[in-house]
Design a protein around this ligand. Structure first.
Ligand SMILES: *Cc1c(COP(=O)(O)O)cnc(C)c1O
Length: 431
């Protein structure tokens, strides 16, 4: 462990294997949520589907359910293997980069939390009479006028702000997004064009959250989306696993004792990857192995987990800058809620240098014609090294998987990209 911490301090790429990982049943029993909570969240999203279609006609194709394709990426696998990855089994990209409404994984948790809050307000005010009422009533002029008395606020490095801002502005709320200095200009511009108010800060994400929370708390008609502690966000993300399970069945992917599943997700504060990981563990138990990926200068979750200090430590405490091109991952301190869950559920973490992000981005574009944003690209370090890294090999052997890896399925979770404007895409592809 100490050697990993040394590497983290020196901002060297490393792999951390979680010694606290528990058998899934035992781990899940320590967590206050269970599959009923995830089913409740999935049902809520179904109730809102007609309203989602009303405001976002691009979701009509999927009947108001915001979901992303699962695409096998054999050409990319071949490239990684030419570079010495030695990856066996099937490699897929879970394309949350193409989620409608917000163009990132935040279209799961962020949209869900806004809808949950709206349902609570609407039920209380009698705009709808119950869960079986017509949710299109929440899209009328009267409903918009009702929601416009309320504020929804959030602190964000970019993508969470986009999902909360776009969704709450669409419903009629006064949407206020507190953006950290890492946030890209185009994300601020896009939000303003959708009617959200963007407040910019010189400081990092922690600062934006702190300010947003203080302003919201001072206003009884304001609701603050708390990325560091929100159970609604977490459960919105967790719905992903059951949806992907359907895609597995369509594509002939088996997950069982002889067919292990490896899932790699980039991590910022931990909410999105943590929620997804939780959903996966509920479904596949010990047959799924979830790893997070973080930038070498901003590996907040692994620092929290490896030291056992969780959200009582930040990356600056070990001498790192917290600065990274991966804007979606530029969070210096992990979620307390999620780090506690991941302590017993997560298999491990990879860290990656910023210098690798753009090369991965270009290789994926060239080999598969798929565009994802730099933060998402971080994840490719995992399939690149999981078969050759010594500590990964030990993990695989310890789980009795060495001779089963040819049956493995590897999922690279692409967390954002479809909303990146054309000129910025070109700059990244050519730069
Ligand atoms: C937000 C985000 C993540 C990580 O999610 P957290 O909840 O912050 O851990 C990863 N990739 C992208 C593109 C994101 O926007």
């Amino acid at each position: 462990m100490s050697t990993v911490l040394d590497k983290l301090k020196k901002a060297e790429e490393c792999v951390w294997i979680n010694d606290n990982l528990k058998p899934a049943a035992e781990a899940l029993a320590t967590i206050e949520f269970n599959s009923d909570f995830v089913a409740d969240a999935a049902a809520r999203l179904e109730r809102f589907a007609p309203l989602i279609m009303h405001y976002f006609p691009e979701t009509c194709e999927t009947k108001g359910i915001i979901e992303s394709p699962l695409t096998e990426i054999n050409n990319m696998k071949a490239i990684l293997n030419e570079e010495g990855a030695g990856l066996e089994g099937r490699l897929f990209l879970k394309r949350d980069s193409d989620l409608k409404v917000a163009g990132s994984v935040k279209a799961r948790g962020g949209v869900y939390e806004v809808l949950k809050h709206s349902e609570d307000l609407a039920l209380e005010a009698g705009l709808i009479s119950g869960y079986d009422d017509d949710y299109l009533k929440l899209g009328t002029e009267d409903a918009r006028k009702f929601f416009s008395q309320y504020k929804i606020q959030v602190g964000s490095t970019g993508n969470l702000g986009m999902s909360i801002g776009i969704m709450s502005a669409a419903l009629g709320y006064d949407a206020i997004v507190h953006m950290s200095m890492d946030a890209k200009q185009w994300k601020k511009d896009l939000l303003r064009s959708r009617g959200a108010t963007v407040i910019e800060y010189d400081g990092d994400y922690g600062k934006a959250v702190e300010q947003g929370r203080a302003e919201s708390d001072a206003d009884p008609k304001s609701y603050f989306v708390d990325d560091e502690n929100s159970s609604a966000l977490f459960l919105g993300y967790a719905v992903a696993a059951g949806r992907m399970d359907k895609q597995f069945k369509e594509q002939g992917v088996i997950v069982d004792e002889d067919h292990p599943l490896f899932v790699y997700i980039p991590c910022g504060v931990g909410g999105a990857p943590g929620g997804v990981a939780f959903g996966e563990k509920l479904l596949y138990g010990d047959n799924v192995h979830v790893f997070f990926v973080e930038p070498t200068q901003c590996p907040c979750m692994v620092v929290g987990l490896a030291t056992g200090k969780m959200n009582d430590i930040c990356v600056q405490d070990i001498g790192l800058t917290g600065i990274t091109e991966a804007d979606g991952l530029a969070v210096g301190r992990p979620s307390g809620l999620v780090s506690r869950f991941m302590d017993v559920l997560l298999s491990g973490e990879f860290t990656v240098e910023d210098a690798k992000l753009n090369p991965y981005l270009r290789k994926l574009w060239k080999s598969e014609g798929l565009y994802i944003e730099p933060s998402s690209c971080a994840t490719f370090i995992a399939p690149s090294t999981v078969s050759t890294d010594e500590s990964c090999k030990e993990y695989i052997a310890a789980h009795g998987l060495t001779d089963k890896m040819s049956n493995a399925t590897h999922i690279v979770w692409a967390t954002g990209g479809s909303m990146v404007p054309q000129e910025i895409r070109e700059a990244l592809l050519n730069g």
